[in-house]
Write a protein that binds this ligand. Structure first.
Ligand code: PMP
Length: 295
């Protein structure tokens, strides 16, 4: 299938307060965000015309800006309204929203105190084909060589571009070996997350285990799925986990805006069998995003 590049599409992008034709939403090549990774972003899903957890994503965007030492020049209500305007302008019913902020071109050096913050919002169709049977086959994870850094080494709680260098490298290495994605351990050797999703395990008693989000993104889907599991009377434990700790776990799944709830069948040499707990959460999450239940 031919790739349609993201800079050559029809539609409308919101850039610094203006709705622009898609191909005209440009920034200068000499932008601090591009050279020094002073860029933060959100990935959000639109289901049946509504942005799922839109306000939480807006709040996280603001918090990522704050962590990166720049301000977003808009209120939460303004960001939410701009996101909806973009969804509507592009006629999206089921899709994806990308909202992002970056430092501009006023200064091009490590010090960037006087740069303007740019804000852009794009959205595109992402039809949701809900097929639990395909999902239940599970994806495979390689174990990445790269480790998630300590909170003393990087702004680990921001959804910041620079943190994705090692994700892209890990994902490419995994794909070259025939895996779908990679599991990343942290600087201590604990299980952290996949390259763009959080991870959960289910033991033989049906208890759910997930790593403590102390050096990686505490995903909005992760938090939602913890609440959903509790609603379904499942016990959830957040703790540090090693590969040895999960060797006897029965099920494994990823969570994320893009991944939703995606069962995992293999991590390196370890195998898992997507079962009842994963199925309940895959289906429960679909009920949540479609507004059939709430947590
Ligand atoms: N970790 C990483 C590195 C991610 O990129 C994402 C996707 N945003 C997640 C976890 C899951 O976060 P969320 O559920 O908020 O999409």
């Amino acid at each position: 299938m031919a790739l349609i590049p993201f800079d050559d599409r029809d539609g409308t992008i919101w850039l610094n307060g203006e709705m622009l034709p898609w191909r005209d939403a440009k920034t200068h090549t000499l932008s601090h965000g591009l050279h020094y990774a002073s860029l933060v972003f959100e990935g959000e899903r639109v289901y049946s015309g509504n942005i799922f957890k839109g306000r939480e994503h807006t709040e996280r965007l603001r918090n990522s800006c704050k962590i990166m030492d720049f301000d977003i020049p808009l209120s939460d209500n303004e960001v939410d309204a701009a996101k909806m305007a973009v969804v509507e302008a592009n006629g999206i019913t089921d899709g994806y929203v990308r909202a992002f902020c970056w430092r501009g071109s006023e200064m091009m050096a490590v010090s960037a105190q006087k740069t303007k913050t740019h804000v852009a919002i794009a959205a595109w169709e992402w039809p949701s084909y809900f097929d639990p049977e395909t999902k239940m086959q599970g994806i495979t994870l390689d174990i990445a060589d790269w480790k998630r850094p300590s909170p003393e080494s990087a702004p680990v709680h921001a959804k910041a571009a620079g943190l994705y260098m090692i994700c892209t490298l890990s994902k490419h290495a995994a794909e070259k070996k025939g895996f779908t994605d990679a599991l990343m351990l942290d600087y201590r050797g604990y299980i952290a997350e996949a390259t763009g999703a959080n991870i959960f395990f289910v033991d033989g008693e049906g208890t759910i285990h997930t790593p403590i989000a102390d050096c990686f993104l505490d995903g909005i889907t992760r938090r939602t799925v913890i609440q959903l599991a509790q609603l379904l009377q499942m016990k959830v434990v957040q703790r540090h986990l090693t590969l040895k700790d999960v060797a006897d776990m029965k099920e494994c799944f990823l969570t994320g805006t893009a991944a939703e709830v995606t069962p995992v069948s293999k991590i390196g040499d370890l195998t898992f069998t997507p079962g009842d707990a994963s199925r309940q959460l895959v289906e429960g999450y679909e009920d949540l995003v479609r507004g059939r239940i709430s947590v």
